[in-house]
Design a protein around this ligand. Structure first.
Ligand code: PLP
Length: 449
């Protein structure tokens, strides 16, 4: 990349004057001006290049600027840039067909949205109308989106400002052995006790009041906690017993991230509704959706579904999805993610954990990994407190700055750094990123006691 510092300064100045950024105190942020991106890298206007171990916000599953997907968007733009949702359009039909071919079980009808949050909104609405019940159960340590209902369903601090009594959402604890709420010492205990806790929660909330249980198949932003064997199957059974709709949110975990098309494929559990976005087209054009089971589709076979969006199944977004799914199949991206996850990332992260006292736990699968950073391995005290800001967050900020200094763009949330590069990252790129991570962890180690 050629440096163009003046152009970068102009981009930055207009951003600071007029762009209002997500989740931020506007005067306390310093967004990097980005000049371009390709594959697993992006670069700034000073010519500094970063290896993107965050895949944007965990969505560029095939990296930046894949030429075949860019070409498909250009062709669709030249042919039919946009068309209203009530019509049958080739790109939309084909995207729905290709997605339904890959979704598990009888999730064969696709309702398209603009992203993940509105997919969750509509899944919850469908579940409430299908069951005639008001409540939704979801997990602490989860993220389901920034719109009103989706942020209420979310189990992390981002929901606090928008929580209202009328939300109809009840939170429960999903399994997480490293920070067990159930005094469990094994995955089997954690699984059994988490299921017992869910059953008790349902009994005390009233099974006949609960429309849906919404879970990320593998919680993403909240820490990549792969559920113990049997947990999702147990939740499926509980849902069947009480006529509750099981919604799996695959917005982050879907489309190759775990080394399977969907994280649900790891356990063979089939939900009633599955939400997706991000990796469906690597975010090249905004797209999300809900995959709908036969039984729920039947509810709306002769009764209108009361919901819609102007851009539902936007042709540009759908053409990008069709091209992305073809590229992923042609290039074996899903198998690649599984293989490099097993052969390269898992051993490398466990090796880092042997040398860095700040690593409390390594967990994940495919191209979906988290390092839980701690002050002390014995007590498991997090490197920074839950939801820390400012001075309290200094250790994670210092770790992040060190990673960037070594040319690595990390994904950081609270006391964790996630290793979530594009699913088609090369082995050489992975090794380069892991070496930078190794160097940056020396900074985190300085805060251990
Ligand atoms: N669900 C999950 C599991 C997510 O990770 C996200 C975003 O990170 C969302 C929903 C919300 O998606 P969007 O930001 O596209 O609205």
């Amino acid at each position: 990349p050629q440096p163009h510092p003046e152009a970068g300064a102009a981009v930055k100045a207009a951003d600071r004057a007029h762009v209002f950024h997500s989740w931020s105190a506007q005067e306390l942020i310093d967004p990097l001006a980005v000049a371009g991106a390709e594959g697993s890298y992006f670069w700034d206007y000073d010519g500094r290049r970063y290896l993107d171990f965050s895949s944007g916000l965990v969505y560029t599953n095939i990296g930046y600027q894949h030429p075949k997907v860019v070409a498909a968007i250009q062709e669709q733009a030249a042919h039919l840039t946009t068309f209203a949702p009530a019509f049958a359009i080739e790109a939309r039909s084909e995207a729905a067909r290709l997605i339904a071919e890959r979704t598990p079980g009888d999730l064969d009808k696709i309702f398209f949205t603009n992203g993940g949050a509105d997919a969750v909104e509509h899944a919850v609405r469908m579940a409430r109308l299908h069951t005639g019940r008001p409540k939704v159960l979801s997990a602490y340590r989860s993220y389901h989106g920034g719109t009103q209902q989706a942020v209420n369903v979310t189990g992390d601090p981002r929901r606090w400002a928008s929580d209202t009594g009328a939300a109809g959402v009840v939170h429960f604890w999903a399994p997480f052995l490293y920070r067990s709420r159930f005094y469990a010492e094994t995955e089997e205990q954690e699984c059994a006790r988490a299921l017992e806790h869910l059953e008790t929660t349902i009994a005390f909330e009233g099974p006949g009041t609960i429309a849906a249980i919404v879970l990320e198949t593998i919680p993403g932003t909240a820490g990549i906690m792969v559920p113990p064997p049997g947990y999702l199957a147990g939740v499926r059974e509980i849902c069947d017993q009480h006529g509750i709709v099981f919604v799996l949110d695959e917005v982050m975990a879907g489309f190759g991230r775990t080394g399977e098309w969907f994280a649900a494929d790891l356990s063979g559990v089939v939900p009633d509704l599955m939400t997706f976005a991000k990796g469906v087209n690597s975010g090249y054009v905004p797209l999300g959706g809900v995959a709908i089971s036969g039984a729920i589709a039947e509810t709306f076979a002769r009764r209108p579904y009361p919901g819609g969006l102007t851009y539902s199944g936007h042709p540009l977004a759908c053409a990008a999805a069709v091209a992305t799914l073809r590229v992923m199949a042609e290039e074996g991206v899903v198998d690649h993610a599984r293989r490099l996850g097993e052969d390269v990332v898992a051993p490398a992260l466990h090796e880092l954990a042997e040398r860095h006292p700040s690593i409390g736990e390594v967990r994940g699968v495919g191209m979906f990994w988290a390092l839980e950073l701690v002050r002390n391995r014995e007590t498991r005290e997090p490197l920074v407190p839950y939801n820390a800001t400012g001075e309290a967050n200094a250790p994670m900020a210092a770790f992040g700055a060190a990673a960037k200094k070594h040319g690595l763009w990390p994904f950081i949330n609270m006391n964790r750094t996630h290793v979530v590069p594009p699913c088609n990252v090369s082995e050489a790129e992975l090794k380069e990123g892991l070496a930078a991570l190794d160097a940056a962890l020396l900074v985190a180690d300085e805060y251990t006691v």
